[in-house]
Design a protein around this ligand. Sequence first.
Ligand code: HAM
Length: 454
Amino acid sequence: MSKNPKETEEKEPKPTLKDLRTPKGVHDILPDDHEFYTYLKKVIRHRARQSGYRRITTPTFEFTDVFKRSIGDTSDIVSKEMYSFEDRKGRSLTLKPEGTAGVVRSYLQHNMQTWPQPVELYYIEPHFRYDRPQKGRYRQFWQFGFEVLGETDPAIDAQIIQLFKVILEDLGVADLFTLQINSIGCMNKNCRPHFIEDLRNYYMGKERSMCEECQTRLEKNPLRLLDCKEEDCIILAKLAPQMKDYLCEECKEFHEELLKLLEGLGIEYVENQKLVRGLDYYTKTVFEFWSASTGAQNAIGGGGRYDGLVEKMGGQPTPAIGFAAGMERIIDTMKEAGITVPTKDDIHVFVAQLGFTAKQKALKLMNELRNVGIKCVGALGKGAIKNQLRVADRFAVPYTVIMGITEVRDGTAIIRDMKRGSQKIVKYDKVLEELIEVLGEDQLDRYSPEEVLY
Ligand code: HAM
C-alpha cells in the first residue's frame, strides 16, 4: 500500500544550519567583498588589455593526468592536495589546483603554436587545493594569472614581473611586498642535475636533523629541501650548496641579463637562493612577491619560466613563462592597509507606492529610471507607505518617489529629499527630468551594450 506522502515528508528530519554550512576552507563571497573582487578584476583586465593579453578560461575540472604530468607527482599539490574523483566511467578527474597546466593543455589542444607567437593569455578563476585552512590559505581560492608561450628572452621575464608589480601598484599595495628572485637552472646535465646531485650528497647522513617531510624530499624532490620552513631544516639549508654556483653558461647569462633589465626598470629585488617554488615545471627564472612583514608564509603570488612543459605535455619544445596571484591574499592585504575601493552599488532612488494603479505606474517608472542610468529599487509588496520609507532609509537613497492614491488621481508623484526631509510634488511625466536634474548627469549609471566591455 502506498504511504501517505505527508507522513513520509514528516519523517525526514529537518537539517540544522550546522549540517549545511560551507565545508572547511571554502567561503561565500558576500556583496561587500565583491566590491573588492570587482575592482581587482577591473584592474587586471585593464592592465591585460593594455599589454595585449587575451582572456582564457579552462574548465574547472580536467583529467587528473593534466596536473600529474605538469605539476609533478612528488609536488605537495599532486601528492596530497588535489580534489580528485572518478566519473561514472571510472576516469580520474581533478578540480584544477592551479592554472598553468590547463593553459598548456589548451595551447596544444587548440594548435596555438600556429597563432602569432608569443601567445599571451590571462585568467581569473577559482582553484581548489586540499590545503590546511588558515588565514590566507583556503580550499577554494581565486587566482589571476598571466602566461606567455612561444618566446624566450629575459626581457619577457622582466616584462611579466613588471606587469605583476604594476597591478600591485594600481591596488596600492606594491610597497608592502618584496620581489624574491632566483634561477633554478635547466635540465642540462651540467646545470640543475649536477646541483641536485651535490645537494643530495650534502643532506645525506643528516637525516636525523631533518623533519620527516624533508627525509622524503631528499629521495623524491631534493630541491624542495631548500625552502622547508622547519627550524632545523632552515639551519641545514644555510650551508647547503647554492644553485648560482652550478648554473650553466646559458642560464647564468640569462639570469644576469634579467637582473640588469629589472634594474633598468627600477624594480627592486632580493636574490634568494632558497626560492625553488613548489611546482616541478620551472626552469631558469623563478620569483615570488612576499609580504614585507610576514615573509615567505604568505606569498601573494609567484611564477617563473617553464621552458620544458609544453614538450613534456606532448608538444614541440616551446619556451614559456607566467605567474599567478592569490586574490584573497591581495584583498586581505588591501583591507589591512585600510584601502577602500570605489563602488557603484549605491542606489539613487527608492520608489514607494500604494494601490494597484500606483504599483503599475511604479513598475513603468522604475524601468524608465533604470534606462537613463538612475539606479532604483522599490517596495512592490503591499506595505504601508510609512514602512516603505523605512526600507528606503535602509538603502540610504538620496531621493524617494512616492505615489499614493491622491498622486495617481492627480497624475503626480512626490519626490522626497531624504537628507533634508523636504518634498516636492511634480507631474508624473516630469519625474524623470526632475531626478536627472537633482542627481546630476555625471552621477548616472548609463548602460549601453556597445560600451560594455567583458
Ligand atoms: P602557486 O605559487 O602555487 O603558483 O600559487 C600562486 C598564488 O596563489 C600563491 O602565491 C597564493 O597567493 C595563491 N594560493 C595558492 N594556494 C592558495 C590557497 N590554498 N589559498 C589561498 N591562496 C592560495 C601557481 O599556481 C602557478 N600556476 C603560478 C604560475 C603561473 N607559474 C607559471 N605560471
